[in-house]
Design a protein around this ligand. Structure first.
Ligand code: NAP
Length: 308
């Protein structure tokens, strides 16, 4: 027999957006639960240093920021439960969130489920995951002291991971498919000045090599059409993120997989709101996620108040 739990609001996701939505919504007096898979954290928790979140002139680690947000949410009475939402379906005038052994019935839900690292989808990536292939330098960089690693990607994440790894590893290759970084200039300049970082331009990885653990990378230069190989002990993939919207089916309007919202964070379904990296926002930052989340909580509060 499935257990049924009823709340006015269910927040799905324990990253910066979900935690902020929780802080705002609980202070509005909503009866709510915040669902997350494992401990709160999301992408923010994996960031080595966040330098552009207002109010922290010396930067703050992602883990520290998440810890503070969690403490703040707990202080105001947000209840956390571990659950993975498998499906959302209408149930009369309410929404039913189908999880493992429990269903949650709610008037409103805020989806703050974020995005997951994009995969390269090349041979060796899946087999060597956790044995030299990683999507998080802050989590796994420690293992590569004095070794050689490669970071793949050209955005802020890739360059920041390369800089972080350069403090630990002996050498860092940064492999980018074009000859120009997507990363912000201030971050890129730091990497250009770092002697441990060697850029390999116009190049894509075609295979990650190794039996028990990573030993090398097969590469292809897209300009010269040259195929070549480098020896590395670790490969950090940082080629962007894909939204965690697979569980929604065709319930909501999506754009490239991201949830479409209006400026009140309303989705295409009444009572379902979205915020943070999972929505079709022009900028995926902690600062924009927490702003979205405050609006989503306010919209959910108004929606619930009208139906109480
Ligand atoms: P991103 O900005 O989308 O960059 C992804 C990078 O990976 C791009 O350089 C892209 O190449 C490359 N790429 C994509 N698919 C690839 C593939 N299949 N093979 C090889 N390369 C591939 O992702 P991100 O760096 O993770 O950043 C995500 C968001 O978070 C951005 O808005 C970013 O500004 C933000 N962020 C901000 C900070 C900060 O402000 N400190 C730190 C981290 C992230 P192309 O350039 O050729 O498209």
């Amino acid at each position: 027999m499935r257990e049924l739990r009823e709340h006015e609001l269910v927040i799905v996701g324990g990253g910066a957006a979900g935690l902020t939505a929780g802080i705002y919504a609980v202070r509005y007096g909503l009866d709510l639960v915040l669902l997350s898979i494992g401990a709160p954290g999301g992408q923010t928790a994996t960031a080595s240093t966040i330098e552009n979140f207002p109010g922290f002139p010396d930067g703050i680690t992602g883990a520290e920021l998440i810890m503070r947000l969690t403490q703040q949410a707990e202080k105001f009475g947000v209840v956390f439960e571990n659950a993975e939402v498998k499906e959302i379906r209408p149930d009369g005038e309410r929404w039913r969130l189908v999880c493992g052994n429990v269903d949650y019935l709610c008037m409103a839900t805020i989806l703050a489920v974020g995005a997951s690292p994009r995969r390269l989808k090349i041979p060796g990536e899946r087999d060597l995951f956790g044995r030299g292939v990683s999507y998080c330098a802050t989590c796994d960089g420690f293992f590569y002291r004095g070794q050689t690693v490669a970071v793949i990607g050209g955005g802020n994440t890739a360059v920041e991971e390369a800089l972080y790894l350069a403090d630990i590893a002996e050498k860092v290759y940064l492999i980018h498919r074009r000859d120009e970084l997507r990363a912000e200039q201030i971050i890129a300049d730091r990497a250009f000045e770092n002697e441990k970082i060697e850029f390999i331009w116009n190049t894509v990885a075609t295979e990650i090599l190794g039996d028990d653990s990573v030993t090398g990378l097969k590469l292809h230069n897209r300009k010269t059409e040259e195929d070549f190989q480098i020896d590395v002990d670790g490969v950090f993939v940082a080629i962007g993120y894909e939204p965690n919207t697979g569980f929604l089916g065709d319930l909501l309007e999506l754009e490239d997989g991201f949830i479409v919202t209006d400026e009140r964070m309303c989705t295409s379904q009444p009572g379902i709101f979205a915020c943070g990296d999972v929505r079709n926002t022009p900028l995926r930052q902690v600062s924009t996620a927490v702003g979205d989340a405050a609006i989503a909580a306010d919209s959910a509060y108004r929606y619930v108040s009208e139906r109480r």
